[in-house]
Design a protein around this ligand. Structure first.
Ligand SMILES: NC(=O)c1ccc[n+]([C@@H]2O[C@H](COP(=O)([O-])OP(=O)(O)OC[C@H]3O[C@@H](n4cnc5c(N)ncnc54)[C@H](OP(=O)(O)O)[C@@H]3O)[C@@H](O)[C@H]2O)c1
Length: 315
């Protein structure tokens, strides 16, 4: 495994994180025994960083993950990121939500707390909730703060409210088929020493190459409405997967491993959060590390990926 520093916290985290959204109805890993196996495998391959959120299964993911981290050897040392929904950001709710999260995670402290998305409906003033989060750090309930799915302009506004803390991590969608993070977020994270946690780094499985066009109508999970799996988009994704497969064959690597390696090579601040539905997938994803694509191969993939024109208006 490779390790890096989380923002400027001094914490040493693995270069990929395990995504725990999978431990919900949405993705279907609800059986605790399987969750425990996935978490145990992650620790075994050296992953020490896990991402969950209060909203994932309305606490189910935190609960299953918290239990597994208690029971698997070494689990207590794992760095856990969780996220507070942008809807619960009245200063009173911030502390209440953190208490509940700690209870589900069976921990004394949240290592990294991110705001899941900017508030849209309740119009909480940015500095009111950012100061409440800073209070949670001062009181010892949270170690570090981050922002998820914030446009850079809003991230900067939120950051300017903080008197003592820094934003240590940003989360944003970033994968070979969806590259908007390159425009603002990556340079912003690089400039400010933040970790850029790339979510859906495998495009929810689209970049693994295991689904044909004939499979995409059969999903029973979150992917029913995922634009990447719309035929107009997925046809293009399959062209990219061909390139990933060809390049991967030179290195003895799978399309998933190549797709993750491309992201890791993009910038040293990029840290993919990879979801897994089995211990085998965790193991395969860990094989994305400890090697690098050559410059020529990285560019070949870059060019192929830039040919994609993904549309999100699919109806
Ligand atoms: N901040 C945010 O707003 C936000 C949003 C989304 C996600 N996230 C975080 O990011 C994490 C990852 O994102 P994601 O779950 O959307 O997508 P992802 O990591 O791109 O895809 C995960 C899915 O790909 C498949 N897969 C994983 N490894 C594989 C392998 N080696 N070979 C074949 N298939 C493999 C699995 O599904 P199948 O086996 O069923 O194909 C798995 O559930 C989440 O768990 C969550 O923690 C954050």
């Amino acid at each position: 495994m490779e390790y890096t520093e989380l923002g400027s916290t001094g914490l040493k985290v693995s270069r990929i994180a395990l995504g725990a959204w999978q431990f919900t109805e949405t993705w279907g890993v609800k059986d605790y025994a399987l969750v425990k196996e996935i978490v145990a495998k992650a620790l075994e391959v050296g992953i020490n960083f896990v991402d969950t959120a209060m909203i994932y299964g309305r606490g189910m993911s935190e609960q299953l993950l918290g239990r597994a981290l208690k029971e698997v050897e070494g689990g207590e040392e794992v760095v856990v990121a969780t996220k507070i929904p942008g809807d619960f950001l009245s200063p009173e709710d911030v502390l209440r939500a953190i208490d509940r999260s700690l209870n589900r995670l069976q921990r004394e402290k949240v290592d990294l707390l991110l705001i899941h998305w900017p508030p849209a409906w309740h119009n909480f003033p940015t500095c009111a909730y950012m100061r409440a989060l800073e209070r949670a750090v001062a009181l010892g309930a949270v170690s570090y703060l981050g922002l998820s799915d914030y446009p850079v302009e809003l991230a900067e506004a939120a950051r300017s409210c903080l008197a003592r803390e820094e934003i240590q991590a940003l989360q944003v969608r970033f994968n070979l088929a969806e590259r908007w993070a390159e425009v603002d977020h990556v340079p912003y994270a690089e400039r400010h020493g933040m970790t850029l946690m790339a979510w859906s780094p495998l495009g929810k499985g689209a970049l693994t190459g295991k689904y044909g066009l004939e499979d995409i109508g059969k999903f029973q999970d979150v992917r029913i409405n995922e634009p990447l799996f719309h035929p107009a988009n997925y046809t293009q994704v399959l062209e990219l997967v061909k390139v990933l497969r060809d390049v991967g064959s030179k290195y003895g690597k799978t399309p998933a491993q190549v797709a993750l390696n491309w992201l890791i090579s993009y910038s040293d601040v990029v840290l993919p959060i990879v979801g897994a539905r089995s211990p085998q997938q965790v193991e395969e994803n860990a094989g994305a590390l400890e090697w690098r694509l050559s410059y020529e191969d990285w560019r070949l993939i870059d060019e192929a990926s830039k040919r994609l024109k993904i549309t999100y208006i699919t109806w």
